[in-house]
Design a protein around this ligand. Structure first.
Ligand SMILES: [Zn+2]
Length: 405
């Protein structure tokens, strides 16, 4: 009996390995899979046949031969199913419908004015429903939903705390699973963004990377040795609350002088309200209480910078300096290969880049930064949503593995 159990487990592991090879390296021949995995050719052929039967792989034309008969190449059926990924920002929601390789089929972005949990979840349901209505026909249909949220998420998919949304104890996973009857994964948005960059973006060939999501708050997804580092309770990466100044501005978390009070989109916009003449008439001055309303938008500021408004450009540069200062601290602690700056502020990379580098060069230790590069999200503002979709895709394949005989 024991031998049978071991054999079954081994077969599942091998089949998953073969599927992973096809997903990541297609078009690929059976011989290549055998060479890369060390599995013998008969085993590979049998497993490939099962994968073809279940709709995940298919055969295409003949590939290059290294002598002898040309091999039949295998493809991954990217459209065997579709995933939904949502990046829940503080002032927006971006949702994507992707195939199983993370290719975006459709996306929807909506602005969020009302942040109360009930209002946001009902918009979230509506947005997801609209994407589900547009899913192309496929053997597996919608395989799951992933949502990245700007806050702390427990292992039941409840949002324990999201200060920038004003949320506490919102059972988001249960709410969405009940509504749609699908597998739902909830994670922190910076974790989702880091996975998105690692799977599909700037971090594909890097083992140690930090993804810094800069929006109304700042969070980091930390990938060490190719895996997401979550910390003992799953709450790692709250870098926005690194204390950078003893008596700085009041932060949403209740402390003063946190990094995000200087370097976030919110800090940028508050600063712009008083420092940029072109938008000043539209905005109320900051009363210094730390909970000032933001009445200008990032889009508007980017437009001004593009039109060579020097005050707008200076405001971006100032934010860039603060970003670089915090990143220098992270480089000194983690000595990563790559820092990816993502989230809404990455859209302004043209005006923050130089200042980020200046601070980083000045404030990080030379030995630490010598092999660290800084990139701006290759996926643009979609890295969080794509990462959330990739969480759903990973969950789907691992539960698929559990059902294999
Ligand atoms: Zn804080």
């Amino acid at each position: 009996m024991k031998i049978t159990g071991d054999y079954r487990l081994m077969k599942k592991i091998n089949k998953y390995l073969v599927l992973d090879m096809i997903r990541k390296h297609f078009p690929i021949s059976r011989a290549d899979i055998s060479a890369r995995t060390g599995l013998n050719k008969a085993t590979v052929s049998a497993l490939v046949n099962e994968l073809i039967e279940s709709g995940f792989a298919s055969e295409t034309g003949l590939g290059e031969s290294s002598g002898g008969r040309k091999p039949m190449m295998l493809l991954f059926n990217e459209r065997a199913g579709f995933a939904i990924g949502v990046d829940l920002g503080v002032n927006y929601m971006l949702a994507v419908l992707t195939d199983l390789s993370g290719r975006v089929v459709k996306q929807k972005k909506i602005e969020l004015a009302e942040l109360e949990a009930g209002a946001v979840t009902s918009k979230l349901k509506k947005t997801i429903r609209a994407l589900i209505a547009d899913v192309p026909p496929s053997p597996y249909g919608i395989i799951g939903i992933g949502v990245g949220v700007p806050g702390l998420v427990d292992d039941q998919g409840s949002v324990l705390s999201a200060p920038n949304l004003g949320w506490a104890d919102v059972p988001l996973q249960t709410v969405l699973a009940d509504e749609f009857g699908l597998e739902v994964v909830i994670d922190n948005e910076a974790n989702a963004g880091a996975l998105g960059e690692k799977e599909f973006g700037a971090g594909q060939h890097v083992s140690n990377l930090l993804y810094i999501s800069v929006g109304m708050g700042i969070g980091a997804g930390i990938i060490l040795h190719d895996a997401l580092y979550r910390g003992v309770s799953g709450f790692s990466g709250e870098v926005g609350h690194m204390a950078l100044a003893q008596d700085g501005p009041l932060c949403g978390c209740g402390n003063r002088g946190c990094w995000e009070t200087f370097a976030s989109e919110k800090a940028l916009l508050l600063h712009a309200q008083t420092a940029v003449a072109a938008i000043r008439p539209a905005a109320e001055p900051d009363d210094g209480s730390g909970d000032a309303e933001v009445s200008v938008g990032l889009d508007m500021l980017i437009r001004l910078a593009r039109q060579e408004d020097s005050q707008a450009q200076q405001v971006f540069a100032e934010t860039g300096r603060w970003l670089g200062t915090g990143i220098a601290n992270l480089v000194n602690v983690f000595n990563p290969e790559l820092i990816v700056i993502g989230g809404p502020l990455s859209l302004a990379s043209a005006w923050i880049k130089e200042a980020v580098h200046e601070s980083l060069d000045k404030r990080s230790l030379a030995y630490h930064r010598s092999r660290t590069s800084v990139a701006y999200s290759q996926l643009g503002h979609t890295s969080g949503a794509l990462g959330a979709a990739s969480l759903a895709i990973q969950r789907f394949f691992s539960s698929m593995k559990a059902t294999w005989e």
